[in-house]
Write a protein that binds this ligand. Structure first.
Ligand code: SF4
Length: 220
């Protein structure tokens, strides 16, 4: 598996889930390298590069060393390495809670659709700098909806983002809007406008607990 490299080490660490419906849950994080999008505000650009090669068994050993029953696989875009993830999950306890963070451009493989407990799908809007053709794949989004275990997190920067979200016809109760902010100061400033947007459209507000706690520190 190709793991993002942070401070010369493969980025596998223990922290609290910072986003989505399981915010605050202790989890092991595995950040895979490589992404098929290039968001202008990406806060993990280093993950676009090739990182450290580790076998699935080597990754499983590191994940299990934390003695934690929850795993969050993020990126980059993890589903670029779907076959490797399948191998890894086969080596982990069947009752380990597994979340995958994805940009929603690649559909889950049948094996992952079956095994993964929660999909945190984050389609990218126009302000990310990606074209809609690159960033939005309706058939992949439909495949995530079909799992019944997907949440759709949108980074929003203004009211103007809402029509593009509504046009996707996703289950309203599974939509989460999050401020576009990578620092504590930016998050504090952006949060009230996004809260208003959530009230107006009756969808959930998503915070960024890791930013609240650790600002823009990486590997947390
Ligand atoms: S999809 Fe995620 S990892 Fe990829 S460029 Fe966008 S924000 Fe960064």
């Amino acid at each position: 598996m190709n793991i993002a490299r942070l401070k010369s080490e493969p980025e596998i660490f223990y922290s609290l889930q910072g986003e989505g419906p399981r915010t605050g849950t202790p989890a092991v994080f595995l950040r895979l390298a490589g992404c098929n999008l290039h968001c202008s505000w990406c806060d993990t650009r280093y993950s676009w590069l090739s990182g450290c090669e580790l076998s699935a068994a080597g990754v499983a050993d590191r994940v299990l060393s934390y003695d934690c029953s929850s795993l969050v696989i993020t990126g980059g875009e993890p589903l670029l390495q779907a076959a490797d993830i399948e191998q890894l999950l086969a080596l982990l306890p069947a009752d380990m809670h597994v979340e995958i963070e994805t940009n929603g451009t690649l559909p889950p493989t049948p094996a992952l659709a079956e095994r993964v407990n929660q999909w945190n799908v984050s389609p990218k809007l126009a302000h990310s700098g990606n074209s809609a053709e690159q960033a939005i794949c309706p058939s992949a989004l439909a495949a995530f909806v079909a799992t019944g275990r997907a949440w759709f997190k949108f980074v929003v920067s203004s009211e103007e983002d809402w029509p593009a979200i509504a046009a996707l016809n996703l289950p309203q109760q599974r939509i989460i809007l999050m401020p576009c902010a990578a620092t504590r100061a930016d998050l504090t400033a952006a949060r009230p406008a996004v809260a208003e947007l959530c009230l107006q459209h009756r969808v959930r507000l998503g915070d960024r607990l890791h930013v609240v706690l650790w600002d823009d520190e990486k590997g947390k």
